[in-house]
Write a protein that binds this ligand. Structure first.
Ligand SMILES: *Cc1c(COP(=O)(O)O)cnc(C)c1O
Length: 377
């Protein structure tokens, strides 16, 4: 069986560096804060081009703290509306709810599967204060339309970079062209399955806004600006030294890790030629870093079963859209046809660092041999 993802194999690529890093922390007596966190911040600054990095406990906290930080600074207030892609992992929505704000989902573009930029303006109301763009599956979701809307409506642009560390935009004239440096502030996740994964949870906020970074750092540390002095009713959300040490082994290898994923995706695109299959768009120049390689087909369940019977495990991101989850109780009434179509037809192929070249060939051959549900007789 070719597994969808084998995290042990992914981490074994780093030899004994990860266990050495863990031992170093275990023997240091410093488990919260310390030099591993300083090094982590510097590595993230280098990768994103953002001047400020605040390590936090996970990606959902990173997004939530960004919104709570903006509320604390008076740039948002409870009840404000945040534009968000309908096609995203539900954690993007959860952050908006947790901050006491209202998510306003916008349908996906059928080509990119990211937010449809042309549909955002229709969803803007006087209560709209920010756009959370999500670089879903690792594909940059940033367009000059966002900058135009930001300027005309005075919106904050938040990037959810949980799936897009190292992805690059080709839009010129921004402070940085890397995911996390495109908008005003960005969230990253280091959940074990992400392109750069810890051995547990981890996250970070990056921004060029020094005041926002300082506010988020304080909020994440019990609202404490100095020892036993609490200026906000904050939370405890920290990246611990052990996870930072693991990430410090992986982050310097980001370019190779990303390049290997792009190579595997290009190989899939080159080999898969079944007319029943829609391949993900592949804009090149590092704009897509393929956190997931998502193909689409009408008879999705048959394809998954066929591949499974051929020894290939697949996944589905996501088979029920966030807006249709039971917790939403049908509260979102707009037109989400594209998002629902994606949820009904998507299949994620294995794309992780556990795969060999030969296995990619095997998977592509199996997909090319798929003939739908076959003739009915
Ligand atoms: C994983 C993910 C998150 C949440 O990150 P966690 O570290 O799991 O909390 C948020 N948004 C997107 C798009 C994600 O894929």
């Amino acid at each position: 069986m070719i597994p969808f993802l084998d995290l042990k194999a992914v981490n074994d690529r780093f030899g004994d560096q990860i266990s050495r890093a863990i031992n170093r922390v275990a023997n240091s007596g410093l488990y919260i804060g310390g030099p591993e966190l300083d090094r982590f911040e510097n590595l993230m600054k280098k990768i994103t081009g953002a001047p400020e990095v605040v390590p936090v406990a996970n990606g959902t906290d990173a997004l939530t703290l960004i919104l709570e930080g903006l509320i604390t600074l008076g740039q948002l207030k409870p009840g404000d509306e945040i534009i968000i892609p309908a096609n995203t992992y539900i954690a993007s929505f959860i952050a908006v709810w947790r901050a006491g704000l209202r998510p306003v989902p916008v349908d996906a573009d059928p080509l990119t599967m990211n937010i449809d930029f042309s549909k955002i303006e229709d969803s803007i109301s006087p209560a709209t204060k920010a756009i959370m763009t999500v670089h879903l599956y690792g594909l940059i979701a940033f367009d000059p339309i966002l900058i135009d809307l930001k300027n005309r409506y005075g919106l904050v642009i938040i990037e959810d970079c949980a799936q897009a560390i190292g992805a690059k935009s080709i839009i010129k004239g921004l402070c940085s062209n890397v995911a996390g440096g495109l908008g005003d502030v960005a969230a990253f996740s280091f959940y074990p399955t992400k392109n750069i994964g810890a051995l547990g949870d981890g996250g970070a906020v990056v921004t060029g806004n020094t005041q926002l970074a300082k506010t988020i750092r304080t909020l994440a540390n019990y609202g404490s600006d100095r020892r036993y002095h609490n200026i906000y009713k904050g939370v405890n959300s920290r990246l611990d030294a052990m996870q930072a040490a693991v990430l410090n082994v992986k982050l310097p290898c980001i370019d190779e890790i990303t390049m290997r994923r792009i190579k595997r995706a290009e190989k899939y695109c080159h080999l898969i030629n079944n007319p029943l299959i829609t391949l993900p768009c592949s804009p090149g120049s590092g704009q897509h870093i393929y956190h997931q390689f998502v193909i689409r087909t009408q008879d999705r369940d048959s394809l998954r079963r066929f591949l499974y019977d051929n020894g290939i495990e697949t996944d589905c991101h996501y088979n029920v859209a966030a807006i249709d989850q039971p917790c939403c109780s049908g509260e979102f009434k707009g037109d989400f046809n594209v998002t629902r179509q994606i949820a009904a037809t998507c299949v994620s192929l294995p794309i992780g660092d556990h795969l060999s070249d030969g296995q990619i060939g095997t998977i592509a051959d199996a997909i090319n041999a798929f003939s739908g549900s076959g003739p009915i007789n």
